[in-house]
Ligand binder design. Structure first.
Ligand code: NAD
Length: 390
């Protein structure tokens, strides 16, 4: 694994747990974690359960006893690490968004295609696909329970940077993160809605906003070029990404959709919510109530209609048979365990895991189209025809 902070911890928990919960044909062994500072990566290895710590990810790629590289770093290093790993014949799990640009993502897809010829697998970490209620929602749509999908309403709302004194962390710097709320959380609702509906976003009209344009530098050196000193002597630097991104979209199957991603939704902590309205019913998923799926069956007798709260903890529900008795709930971390499960299964059976790098490139094209549209007065922008390098 490369990177050992937020996602590194979540992925480590998954690798530690996956073979103890699921009966799988292969066993994950946590060989080594890579970071940049020896003392910190050493401590992380001990805490997270990795046998060894190294200070250069290239060491992992070169080792014959490592079969899979799990990339948990910011987007600016995804392409380089993933391509090197694939060329060395390692399977790759890469955190989302796949890359910081369409050009990088295309190079990653090409590397994955070349490696695939020798049985090497590549997967992108859109983990919310693996929340059981989300997988159930996809089944409902595929089984026609909602009929023709007409509306998709998706929001991903957080509030952790509403304070203008919050420092200029890497997520607020375009050269590291690629984009702001758009790629950080908007990417999740793009992938999730395409996944549950089975429809692709065909075009968008978008606007973005950056509410706080300068922020104090983090206490450790940021290496920023454009640093300045504010009136109170505090060093500040420019925010170079969006704080919020909103767009309307058309989906390939005829649905219309709205999306909102922001880290300025005061009071909303991790508010991912998706609502689908179809000709035969509606369904709602809310990440802050992730064991539940709300379903409205418009084919039921009129005097019995109403939203039903399905508790998605039955053994027949996706992923649940390996866990606890009905009603004994799962949480955020389990989506990562399910992700590890599905990847191990794919590697063992020689099948392609999803979301593939190609699926994730599709998300990247949507992000690109949103940025292009927002920069051009919300101009309608097809996702396949976005000029490269926006
Ligand atoms: N799937 C999800 O729900 C989810 C949630 C959060 C973040 N992410 C994604 O995961 C990735 C990492 O985000 P995070 O929240 O874990 O960030 P983080 O800041 O918590 O951790 C990043 C880690 O990468 C390390 N790192 C950075 N550059 C490196 C390099 N060149 N070589 C080696 N190590 C390097 C840092 O030292 C740190 O350990 C991003 O792509 C982000 O978008 C996904």
């Amino acid at each position: 694994m490369v990177g050992y902070a937020f996602m590194g911890a979540a992925h480590s928990q998954a690798w530690r747990t996956v073979n103890r919960v699921f009966d799988l044909p292969l066993t994950a062994t946590m060989v080594a974690v890579a970071g940049r500072q020896a003392d910190q990566v050493g401590a992380a290895a001990r805490r997270l359960g990795w046998a060894e710590a190294v200070t250069d990810w290239r060491e992992l790629v070169a080792r014959p006893d490592i079969d899979l590289i799990d990339i948990c770093t910011p987007g600016d290093s995804h392409a380089e690490i993933a391509i090197a790993a694939l060329e060395a014949g390692k399977h790759v799990l890469c955190e989302k968004p796949l890359a910081n640009s369409v050009v990088e993502a295309e190079a990653m897809v090409a590397a994955a295609e070349r490696a695939r010829a020798s049985g090497v697998r590549a997967m992108c970490g859109y983990n919310y696909r693996r929340v059981p209620a989300v997988a159930l929602l996809r089944q409902f749509v595929a089984d026609g329970r909602l009929g023709d999908i007409r509306h998709v309403r998706a929001v991903y709302l957080q509030d952790w940077i509403t304070d203008p004194e919050f420092p200029l962390v890497w997520r607020l710097r375009r050269e590291v993160a690629g984009s702001g709320a758009l790629g950080d959380i908007g990417a999740h609702i793009v992938d999730l809605t395409q996944y549950v509906t089975g429809q692709r976003i065909a075009g968008v009209s978008a606007l973005t906003e950056t509410f706080v344009r300068h922020r104090p530098l983090p206490t450790q050196s940021s290496g920023l070029a454009a640093e300045s000193v504010g009136g109170n002597g505090q060093q500040t630097g420019p925010v170079t990404v969006d704080d919020a991104a909103l767009f309307v979209a058309r989906l390939s199957g005829g649905a219309v959709a709205t999306y909102e991603a922001t880290r300025f939704a005061t009071g909303r902590k991790n508010g991912l919510r998706v609502e689908l309205n179809g000709s035969l019913g509606s369904a709602v998923f809310d990440l802050e109530r992730l064991n539940e799926l709300e379903f409205y069956d418009a084919t039921a007798p009129a005097d019995q209609q109403g939203f039903t709260r399905i508790l998605v903890t039955e053994p027949g529900h996706p992923y649940l048979s390996a866990w606890w008795p009905p009603g004994h709930l799962l949480g955020y971390e389990h989506s990562f365990t399910h992700q590890a499960r599905d990847l191990i299964e794919a590697v063992a059976t020689g099948t392609d895991p999803r979301p593939s790098f190609d699926d994730a490139l599709g998300v990247q094209r949507v992000l690109d189209a949103v940025e292009y549209s927002a920069a051009n007065s919300a101009q309608w922008t097809p996702t396949t025809a976005t000029p490269v390098g926006v």
